[in-house]
Ligand binder design. Sequence first.
Ligand SMILES: Cc1cc2nc3c(=O)[nH]c(=O)nc-3n(C[C@H](O)[C@H](O)[C@H](O)COP(=O)(O)O)c2cc1C
Length: 360
Amino acid sequence: MKLETKLLNFKLKSPLMAASGPLTSTSENILFFNEINAGALVTKTISSVGADVKKPCIYAEKDMVYNSELWSEDPPEKWINEFLPEIVKKKDKPLIVSVGYNIDDFNNLIPKLDKFADMFEISTHYIKSDLGEVVKTIRKNTDKPIFMKLSPHIQDYIGFTKTILDAGATGVVAINSVGPGIKIDLMNRRLQLGNEDGQVWVSGPAIKPYALQRVRDLRNNFKDIPIISAGGVNNATDVLEFLLAGADSVQMLSSALINGKSLYKKILGDLPLVLEKYNFNSIEEVKNAKLLERNEEDNDYPTIDFDKCKMCLRCVDVCPVFAWEYNDGQLKLNNEKCIKCGTCESRCPVFAISGVLYEI
Ligand SMILES: Cc1cc2nc3c(=O)[nH]c(=O)nc-3n(C[C@H](O)[C@H](O)[C@H](O)COP(=O)(O)O)c2cc1C
């Protein structure tokens, strides 16, 4: 009940779904998400020819994933004749079909995929043609909702969104992975993985602030469009943050590569508890809540609760302006040096410091 939400006119059992990638690359993988309380099903990006991906192509570490995957390695025929009919036969959730990349691909693929798709998600990662023309081509071939996926290297994302909406798109998925970057294998003095140019794309918790910023700014500029977020979700709290920032639904991929596919179920199980912890009655209530700006007047000097303090002196060590001083067994703040930045409060391991970030 509490987790139910809507995306356009589609009723979703929850706001969480898998993002396009290896976990959504076959019917078997996609149907895994039909068996859990996910909101919708998403496919790996389908293009006119199967991708030829150099291996290895995925490296997962604590807070990020590096990848050099392209679109689906399976050709469209496999999707049209095998994967999609099986998914449509078994699914009880809306299906978002991801397609890429250029005008010829869309003229060729959208008519063939249309009968399977409840919505389309269009990867713009490798689009080279005029964006408006691309969207008009897709719209000419379908009446279904079209979500254009924003790649973070697109700086003018507001202009991007105006262009796609004017050309007939319905909404936005924000964001794709960040890059290009590289990953070095120091022992072997070589690149760890990468495409033909040695490049990788970065995703996972490290990109969450970037994705949140895009979602919030898009929501502030486009009050009524549907926005699906993607980028860095790792737990139920992250899901609520994206909804508060303005997302209608939330995709996740990399954290499941880092921590395992069981994370989807864990997050869905945790969501009711986290809603309660932050005093929300439902997902819809989070979506309707207003994200406030921070007021600088709320900011005061840090103070220490010595009942909690373990005298580890991390505050002294991390203070960037040397304002925490420890002399003769006494820990004291030098107010003349303190710039009320918040570093000590955010790094205190026992939450003994307050006043800058959080009110006392
Ligand atoms: C291994 C891998 C493969 C991906 N493949 C695709 C893809 O085929 N199409 C696409 O639109 N996005 C693809 N993405 C991007 C994700 O869908 C998502 O937008 C991005 O990773 C941010 O979300 P996350 O931090 O939860 O992973 C891929 C990401 C990874 C890590």
